[in-house]
Design a protein around this ligand. Structure first.
Ligand SMILES: [Zn+2]
Length: 327
């Protein structure tokens, strides 16, 4: 996998890409290769780290640079919670993007309160899955006399909570809520766990984020949004993966292989139909899931091959590739 990514990065056309171009390549091609392999095999953590290193280096410096990323003033940053950082007007583009995706990734984490030394009192979602500022949106932090950077354990002494005198009844209700529901356990460190999500829902949201030509035309990056396979319809996710004759021919063959005797559906229906039929850990469920992921990945790859190298992969060849993948 590392080799495949290095080959892709070192191709001459990718060497002179701008930062925006490299970002596009990493998010649409390199990351989808990575996700594809991870959805089929259990990959060693060291391999994933290596791939992420490659992508990161390429994103920031291009291929031929050995320099490292810019250093972050960590001692300043670590006092703040990721969930509580406000977006300064002069923040870099990448920093603004990270701040923007917070609401989308919040539900992936579970904060288990232990000794309270790592969690931000106001901003980390340690209070039954929510942060205090979200649970009590009318609170004015300045009035409570508890600093924005305070950790949870700074309010705990001698086995009980010690809060400043409440400014009003609303603040008093917050202190009561915490006293009733939570305790600090000094012997157990705070833990942040990643919640498993249904992998199909993740994959379909990834597909929604693919930079198809309809979106790129809206951003003014390209001048035509027509599908590279049929040249007649607009390239949307629905069209590219399910409605175009090119993809339909692939699906028809694969649906027969998966013992579904029908034409392909609209893609959202296709995903929900597959979610229902691929539940469980049986071999057939696993094979169907793999086939679906492989089809999406290879159609996207064939599309990039056509656009960037003017090379049209025949549908039959793609189907043969899927079969090889599954052996
Ligand atoms: Zn088409």
């Amino acid at each position: 996998m590392g080799e495949a990514i290095t080959t892709r990065i070192s191709h001459w056309t990718t060497k002179c890409l701008s930062y925006a171009g490299r970002l596009q390549l990493v998010s649409s091609v390199l990351m989808s290769m990575h996700i594809y392999w991870c959805s089929i095999f259990i990959i060693l953590a060291s391999v994933i780290k290596g791939v992420e290193d490659l992508c990161r280096k390429y994103l920031w410096h291009g291929m031929n640079s050995s320099s490292k990323g810019g250093l972050v003033n960590w001692s300043n940053l670590k006092k703040l919670s990721f969930w509580g950082i406000t977006k300064p007007n002069d923040a870099s583009w990448s920093w603004r993007q990270m701040v923007n995706i917070r609401s989308k990734i919040e539900s992936f984490f579970v904060y288990n309160l232990g000794d309270g030394s790592r969690f931000s009192f106001w901003f980390d979602p340690w209070a039954n899955g929510m942060s205090l500022v979200n649970r009590f949106p009318e609170v004015d932090i300045m009035d409570t006399d508890i600093d924005r950077t305070a950790t949870v354990n700074s309010l705990w002494r001698n086995r009980s909570w010690h809060f400043p005198d409440p400014f009003d009844d609303y603040t008093l209700s917050i202190w009561d809520y915490i006293k009733r529901k939570f305790e600090i356990n000094p012997l157990r460190p705070d833990k942040v766990l990643c919640k498993p999500h249904d992998d199909f829902s993740i994959k379909s949201s990834i597909m929604d984020k693919l930079h198809t030509r309809d979106k790129m035309l809206k951003w003014g990056v390209i001048h035509s949004n027509s599908c590279c396979f049929c040249n007649s319809k607009t390239e949307t996710v629905d069209h590219l993966f399910f409605e175009c004759d090119y993809s339909k021919a692939i699906w028809r063959k694969l649906l027969v292989d998966m013992n579904f005797n029908r034409d392909s559906y609209h893609w959202r229906r296709e995903v929900s139909s597959l979610v229902r039929r691929t539940k469980g850990k049986s071999k057939i469920a696993r094979d169907r899931k793999n086939t679906f992921c492989a089809a999406i990945y290879h159609i996207w790859r064939a599309r990039n091959e056509k656009i960037f190298n003017q090379n049209l992969m025949k549908e039959g060849m793609l189907v043969a590739l899927f079969v090889l993948v599954q052996l």
